[in-house]
Write a protein that binds this ligand. Structure first.
Ligand code: FEO
Ligand code: CA
Ligand code: CA
Ligand code: CA
Length: 695
């Protein structure tokens, strides 16, 4: 086994630093050389933000000097829209360490579709002792629920299809006695099959039950479907058929098997589901003496994959398990799986209303650790625009603009196969620009030429063969373009009232003092922040910081709307850490979900201030924010969606009791009987008087 045995894996293994490029330093050199004034401006900007919470109220005093017009700006200067009629008529709940869901008075919750729920085929029962087989798992809800969307059936708010991501697995809970390795150092075949089947996406029809309220149930339905790490998929877009996508399975580089580590997701304007492949790289191992950049820049393992699937014994048919060994074993790429990791790191489109459809990997949206995707409102006659973050320390935020303009009836094949991928550069003065990652863009092409023959990070760069190569190596392309290295971009959401785009930056405890910049203003950023921007003409944008997450004391004091006239400190009603999921309801309320590590919930730097992970609702204009939900022990609160009438909310509870051993469970959610193994589950929330959630 590798030195990093999968038996020892925990979530910290998902936060490696993969970006060793030197964008910030390069940018400083350029600025010193060409513009001492702009360097001075950037330093002023950075300093101002560094001391946020101490002196930025003063910055707010000239907040009308910037706006969307020309002239100098500092972060905190986005124009203020007219106040909304937005209300938050519930009492904030306190933080909690209880092993249950808490919601405000007047609200109720109920679990729906926990891991193991039968949804298709022979509808195999969930076995509470963990003895379910791999075959069972192929017909049941997967584990580790994350991104999710409710697709109404015929516009109903009581009946629809839930698409649920299953990000990864908890091997200690998935198997009756935890994961095992036999005397030969190999993995039992059925354990590997069960693990692969418990990944991916569940498509499941649901409806409100006869009990009413928050009680919903799974429907036995022809829509129900499991998409797993084994499902056949088509590769579309500019990288389709690329040399670097050819494998023994797909000699033409046009088909892939499965989707992995599906973190967040997003509905498309045409009613399909895009699921993100986030921390897929660790599933693969490449033992070759040197790794290609398509593996190295993403941190493919050097000895064994995260769960050692390549060691299944006997191996699964058709190389389904052996493909996780990406070492060069054959005479050519078509005779082995050296290119298998290149089939991952994409956004995958699934039509929830067509269970026989083949999921499509959309290479136009780039290859990285996709957290999720958020689409701007589709407008007839205009291109489609969407955003996606790369959740790893010092990675980037991307934007895609379709080549085709949107017309009614258009779908993914019309809109997502061609377009331009951009990456964000946040300048210190509250302005930013989108940098095209396109060999037809003269600026990018010049940077690529200039970088040839140099080292970009740890990679000896010798150019890109074509646009498919650029997209397969999206991170490297963004390094060369000079994008801003962010504090782990997670979800994005777009305000329906103002069009502002919000992105969570969950944390980055590696950021050093000298690496602070205006958009990532805190060294050792253990509590994260939320950035937002407003698009301008010519691929430019104005941005500011919406929230510095944190507590009421210590190094990481929380501030809402820093630098604005209504800047305010967080209080017991709304302290939070590690924002991750973010979602706008139709009224313009912003829902924020947190994903603190277990050790932070235990205290760490923050003496347990934050309690278990939580969900809060904020008014983006006034900065008022209230805690709405707290989750059970050691879970993450993620995946959020609402019915069209906003009277039902769906939230996911991921990895409750994730520090359990096979014999000792640290949570018993959702049964709370003191005995059962914890199960990841969707939670349904409703108001006891049948009203709108949060209103
Ligand atoms: Fe899977 Fe970035 O959270
Ligand atoms: Ca997660
Ligand atoms: Ca996440
Ligand atoms: Ca997270």
């Amino acid at each position: 086994m590798s030195s990093k045995s999968y038996l020892e894996i925990n979530n910290s293994g998902l936060e490696a630093v993969h970006n060793h490029s030197e964008n910030a330093q390069l940018r400083q050199i350029v600025e010193q050389r060409f513009s001492r004034r702009s360097l001075l401006q950037s330093m002023i900007g950075a300093t101002a933000v560094s001391f946020m919470g101490v002196n930025l109220i003063a910055c707010g005093s000239n907040r009308n000097s910037g706006g969307q017009g020309d002239g100098p700006q500092i972060p905190g200067q986005l124009p203020e829209p007219p106040p909304s009629a937005f209300k938050m008529n519930f009492r904030a709940i306190p933080t909690s360490r209880a092993d249950t869901i808490s919601v405000p008075e007047g609200y109720s919750w109920a679990p729906l579709a926990p891991w193991g729920t039968p949804i298709t085929g022979s509808y195999p029962y969930y076995l509470s002792d963990g003895r379910g087989t791999g075959k069972d798992a192929l017909e049941q809800i997967g584990q580790c629920h994350d991104g999710m969307h409710f697709f109404p059936i015929a516009g109903s708010s009581e009946h629809g299809i839930l698409a649920i991501n299953h990000e990864y697995i908890e091997p200690n809970l998935l198997h009756a006695n935890g994961p095992s390795i036999n005397a030969n150092g190999m993995r039992p075949r059925d354990e590997v099959l069960k693990e692969m089947a418990s990944h991916g996406v569940s498509i499941v029809e649901v409806k409100r039950s006869a009990l009413g309220g928050a009680n919903w149930e799974v429907v036995q339905s022809a829509y129900n479907r499991r998409v797993t790490a084994l499902t056949d998929m088509e590769i579309t877009g500019p990288a389709r058929g690329h040399t670097k996508l050819k494998t023994k399975f797909s000699a033409t580089g046009t088909h892939a098997r499965g989707t992995l580590n599906n973190c967040s997701s997003g509905p498309t304007p045409w009613g399909t589901y895009l699921t993100a492949e986030e921390n897929w790289a660790g599933y693969f191992a490449n033992q070759d003496a040197s790794m290609p950049r398509e593996h190295a820049r993403y941190d493919v393992e050097t000895q064994n994959g995260r769960y050692s699937w390549e060691l299944a014994e006997p191996a699964l048919d058709h190389d389904i398990s052996r493909r996780f060994d990406a070492s060069s074993k054959g005479a050519s790429a078509q005779e082995d799986y050296r290119n298998e990791p290149n089939h991952f790191g994409w956004m995958v489109e699934i039509d929830p209303f067509d269970p026989s459809s083949t999921p499509k990997k959309r290479t136009s949206l780039g290859r990285f650790g996709h957290e999720g995707v958020v689409f701007a409102k589709a407008e007839i006659g205009k291109p489609i625009v969407c955003y996606s973050g790369d959740d790893s320390r010092y990675e980037y935020i991307y934007k895609f603009i379709s080549k085709t303009v949107y017309q009614e009836g258009m779908k993914g094949d019309d809109l997502l196969n061609e377009g331009t991928l951009y990456v964000a550069k946040f300048n210190a003065i509250g302005k930013g620009q989108w940098l095209a990652l396109d060999l037809n863009d003269s600026e990018f092409a010049a940077k690529v030429e200039a970088a040839k023959g140099t080292k970009v990070g740890t990679i000896d760069f010798d150019g890109f063969s074509d646009q498919g190569d650029v997209l397969i190596n999206t991170r490297l392309a963004a390094d060369i373009a000079g994008a801003t290295k962010m504090d782990r971009p997670e979800w994005g959401a777009i305000c329906p009232r103002t069009g502002r785009v919000y992105f969570t930056l969950t944390n980055n405890t590696k950021r050093k003092f000298e690496e602070q910049d205006a958009a990532n203003p805190r060294a050792n950023n253990s509590t994260g922040h939320i950035i937002r921007w407003l698009e301008r003409e010519d691929h430019r944008f104005d941005w500011d910081i919406f929230l510095l997450a944190g507590g009421t004391t210590g190094d990481m004091v929380g501030r809402m709307l820093p630098g604005k006239s209504n800047e305010q400190a967080l209080t017991a009603d709304n302290i939070l850490s590690c924002p991750d999921g973010v979602y706008f309801d139709a009224a313009g309320g912003i829902w924020i979900q947190t994903d603190m590590s277990g050790s932070m919930q235990d205290g760490g730097d923050h003496a347990g201030d934050f309690g278990n992970n939580q969900l809060l609702l904020a008014n983006p204009e006034t900065g008022e924010m209230k805690r709405f939900l707290t989750g059970p022990t050691d879970c993450e609160i993620t995946g959020i969606s609402m019915t069209p009438d906003r009277k039902t909310m769906f939230v996911n509870v991921q990895h409750p009791g994730d520090r359990s051993t096979p014999s000792q469970f640290t949570s018993h959610f959702p049964t709370n009987d003191g005995l059962s193994r914890p199960r990841c589950t969707t939670v349904v929330i409703s108001r006891d008087d049948g009203g709108i959630i949060g209103d």
